[in-house]
Each structure stands twice: as C-alpha cells, then as structure tokens.
Design a protein around this ligand. Structure first.
Ligand code: XMP
Length: 513
C-alpha cells in the first residue's frame, strides 16, 4: 500500500496533516522526526511537520537528510520548511513582524506543480515567530504574502523539494486542501486507493490470517470504536468472537437494553453483565471525583476479567484502540511518550495476545468504516460518553435515586436534541459534539401550584468541538432551551430549576468533574 510518511517535530497540528492526507484516500503514517523507515518500499513522499521549537535553538530537532533529499518528494511545513532552508545553507531569523493568523498570497508562481489551481489572493494561515530570510542556493520562492517573501519555496529543478511557511493542514488555509492534493497526488503520484471499502476487505483478510481459528474476547462500551472493532472482527471470524458489555449502572436511561439489542441485531455474540449493584455499593458515600473514577475503573476491570476468565480457551483480547491513541507524540523536550491501552492485567493473566483492528484509523475513518459495515447510524453518530458515565455528572455522592433523576432529565434533553430540526433539515443532536445534564449538589426554592418546593437544580451542558481538546458552549436556540427546561421541571420529580452552562474549554472542561 502506497504511503506518505509524516515526520513529527511536535506540532499541535501534525495529526491534522495525517487526517488531510487520509481524506485524499492516501495511507499515511506519523512517526517521530528521527524514525524515518529507510527500508519501506511503499513510501511515496515525506512531509515534515511544524514544531513549537525554533531551528536556531541549541536543542532544536535536527534531521539527517541523507536518506531523504533527492530520494523522495519532500514537503516541509512551517518548522519543516525552515529546517530544510537552514540545513541546506539558507538563513532563518526571528521575524520583526508578527506572522500569526490570516494572510493572503500576494504573488505566486502559478506554473509550479505545488500551486496548481491556487490563485493570488488565496487565504493562508500563518503561525511562526521565525522566518526564512535567505533561501539556499538553487532554491527559489514560489509564493509570497505582503510580509513574508518566502511564504513558499522549492528546491532546485532536479530535486522534488518544497517548503511552505503557512499551515496547509488547518481549516483557515482555504487553499490548503488543494496544495496537499497537489503534493500527495500530483507530485508523489498517490493512486488514492485507501478507502473504507478497501480497509474492510484487507483488514478482514488480515484478521483471518492473524487469529485463525482461535477465540477472541472484546469489551464493548456502547461507543463507536469498540462497536466497529467488534463488527469487523465478527465479519472475519464470526462466533469465534465473544463480546462482553458491562453495565455499571451509570449509563443513560435504557441505554443498556438499547445497545444490547443493537448489538444483537448486528449478529454479535454478546455477554451482558448487569453489575450496577456492585458499583453503587462501592461508590456509596464517595464524593471525590478522582476516587469515583478509580473505583469505577477498577470495578470495570474486575467484572470484565471475571467474565473473560470463563472463556478459558480465548487466546486474543481485541481492543478498539485507534490511531490517535497510539501515535508516539513528543513533548517539547523531545521525550517520546507512548501510550497503550490494556484491560488491566488480563492479557498476562490469561496469556492473551492483543488484537487492535482499528489501530491505523482516525476517528472520522472509524465512522466511515462503521457505515461501510452497515452499522446503524444511531450507533455510528453517537456523541462521546465518558467511561465512568453519569458518575462524573453527579456532583457529590452517588445514590441510585440521584442516578434515576439524572437519567430522566438527560433523556429529555438528548431526545429533544435528536428531534429538534434545524434550518438545514438536520437535527440539533448532529450539530453538537457532546451533550448531557449535570446534577448539582444544590437545592433551591421554587413554587409549583400553591406549594413551596425545595428541590434539586440541574445544569444542561452542550458543546461544539472537533477533538474535545477545546470546546465552545453550543449556542442552542432559546426556544429549544425553554422547551427542555419546561419538560424537565414538569416531568422529573425532584428537579425545580434548570441552568445552561455557557463556559468554554479552556478554562472550563466539558465534564463538571
Ligand atoms: P473534559 O471534561 O476533560 O472531557 O473536557 C474531554 C472528553 O473526555 C471525556 N471524559 C472522559 N472519558 N473517562 C472517559 O472515558 C473519563 O474519566 C473521562 N472524563 C472526561 C469527556 O466526556 C469529553 O468527551
């Protein structure tokens, strides 16, 4: 499979470069800047990412270009462009004018293949404190802005080497998609054959090869990743896969039954375990958020293990780990941090091998593969939901009564989001990243009929986001909020006040705990 290698110098937008390349139906791998795979015959081009560092810093990340220059088409982005200019004899200096945010290309060489289809006036997004003041000999500028002479450059004619000081991967570089397509398809020659259908076919074949006739277990959460992993495995090995779905009693109203029936409809062999009583008992009286999380995390592993050990001849533990969970990312000191997700000590205890069929996919690709596999849209487009469930939305101690109140209020809110039509014919649910209700440890005075009440307050939370790293509160219509507030107060016994959380992240977080 043809692939583009993206060498990561620690930029916050490196993953975005990867996603853009994948959107061009081209496979890519993101690797730490110093781990270029010299023996991989499938590589068709290399992109060097940006970085929070300056090439003039004594501890800047440097690169040996012996295996790259002249061997593959190269595209440097921001730091990547500055690093190539600096390494090959040019000069990079701190810029006197700020080069952040929106800019437009004031001149460009329209005949350069990197800029095909891009016109003067195109909007680009800059984010750099250094600038290339002098290009290496044989290099030439191919685009400028009013303040950045070498906004884009190319190497000598015989070598396929380009640099751009702006960020083509971000949304605000409106010509970025075209530029990346020019590089990946036009210059590197991608056949654009990486697609959901292709992924399903090759992965099913690989899984059959990898797992053979051995038994596999997998923990389902009701979320998209584990569901898609399960259906993919089921397509490959059928009933050799057993799924375990643990109900910790902190799911949404009716969620356990609904998700179980969706899974069964998909033909999966699912063992459902209602462990709510155990979790309520262990959580009784606990108010500290991190303790709640620990108790739930450990309890989940205990229940999962007990079920998994019953399938004593299982040889594999499958997980819904996706690519962003695995990318070895660097912090600014250059230390490589590798994250890996395991279900407790189970793999060692049962001598299980790990199988991660989605390990190459970004989240949006997981959804596309899910659709390709025929998984119902209701499962595919579900909002993210935290592992500890409603526990992090009940401030203070957790009781079954509080869970019940929250489930009822949450159900009204989510149902309304799913039903409320927007101007473009979609529904509000699809316009927000995530939504839910928070039960506050606050009681307040109200009046219902002729009676004075003293009942709970709840907060509605709905945010827009693309990755949960940052989020804005969703600007839901007033008449929608009014409808939900009335419904909750009229129908949920014990609640007499509804607030709407209008905090963004940062400085707030999406969840309240
Ligand atoms: P915050 O509250 O940190 O949430 O802005 C970011 C995203 O992570 C989810 N979240 C969790 N997911 N276990 C999880 O599996 C947790 O303990 C947890 N805490 C927060 C949250 O719902 C949001 O999508």
């Amino acid at each position: 499979m043809q692939k583009i290698i993206i060498l990561d110098f620690g930029s916050q937008t490196t993953q975005l470069i990867g996603r853009r390349v994948r959107e061009l139906n081209t496979f890519c791998e993101i690797l730490p800047y110093n781990r270029f795979p010299t023996d991989d015959a499938d590589v068709i081009g290399v992109i060097l990412s940006g970085s929070p560092l300056s090439v003039n810093q004594s501890d800047a990340f440097r690169l040996c270009f012996d295996n790259l220059r002249g061997k593959y088409p190269l595209l440097g982005i921001c730091y990547g462009a500055q690093l190539m200019a600096d390494t090959f004899g040019g000069s990079v200096q701190r810029s006197d004018t700020r080069e952040y945010g929106r800019a437009t290309l004031s001149w460009l060489n329209a005949s350069d293949p990197l800029l095909a289809g891009i016109d003067v006036g195109a909007q680009v997004w800059m984010s750099h404190g250094d600038t290339i003041t002098c290009l290496p000999s044989g290099f030439c500028a191919i685009a400028s802005t009013s303040t950045v002479a070498n906004a884009a450059y190319r190497g000598a004619d015989e070598e396929q080497l380009w640099g751009v000081q702006f960020h083509p991967e971000v949304f605000h570089t409106l010509c970025g998609k075209q530029l990346l397509e020019n590089f990946v398809v036009g210059i590197c020659g991608s056949r654009q054959d990486w697609s959901a259908a292709h992924f399903v076919d090759t992965t099913v074949a690989e899984l059959r090869e990898q797992v053979g006739t051995e038994l596999v277990i997998l923990g389902l959460s009701g979320g998209v990743d584990s569901s898609v992993a399960a259906v993919l495995l089921h397509r490959a090995i059928g009933n050799k896969l057993t799924c375990i779905f643990v109900d910790h009693g902190l799911l949404r109203k009716n969620e356990y039954a609904e998700v179980m029936s969706l899974y069964e409809g998909l033909g999966l062999n699912v063992v459902g375990v209602d462990a709510s009583a155990k979790f309520y008992a262990e959580l009784a009286g606990v108010t500290e958020p991190e303790r709640k999380r620990k108790i739930i995390g450990k309890g989940f592993i205990d229940v999962f293990e007990a079920e998994a050990l019953k399938i004593s001849d299982a040889r594999w533990l499958a997980q819904g780990t996706i690519y962003p969970d695995r990318i070895e990312s660097m912090n600014i000191t250059g230390k490589v941090i590798k994250s890996h997700h395991n279900v407790g000590g189970l793999p060692a205890k049962m001598n299980l091998k790990i199988c991660e069929p989605l390990r190459w996919l970004f989240k949006d690709e997981v959804r596309r593969v899910g659709r390709q596999l025929g998984i119902p849209e209701r499962l595919i487009s579900r909002h993210p939901f935290p592992g500890p469930g409603l526990a992090v939305r009940i401030l203070g101690d957790i009781t079954p009564e509080k869970v019940h109140i929250l489930q009822e209020a949450d159900d009204i809110f989510i149902r309304a989001l799913r039903e409320w039509a927007t101007d473009d014919g979609d529904v509000l649910y699809n316009k927000v990243w995530q939504a839910g209700v928070v039960l506050l440890p606050v009681q307040s005075v109200g009046v219902m009929g002729d009676e004075r009440t003293y009942e709970q307050a709840v907060a509605l939370r709905a945010v827009t986001s693309t990755d949960a790293m940052t989020a804005d509160w969703a600007h839901l219509p007033y008449d929608f909020l009014s409808h939900v507030s009335n419904e909750i107060i009229n129908r949920v016994q014990g609640v007499n006040r509804v607030c709407y959380d209008i905090s963004s992240k940062p400085p707030a977080t999406i969840e309240w705990e």
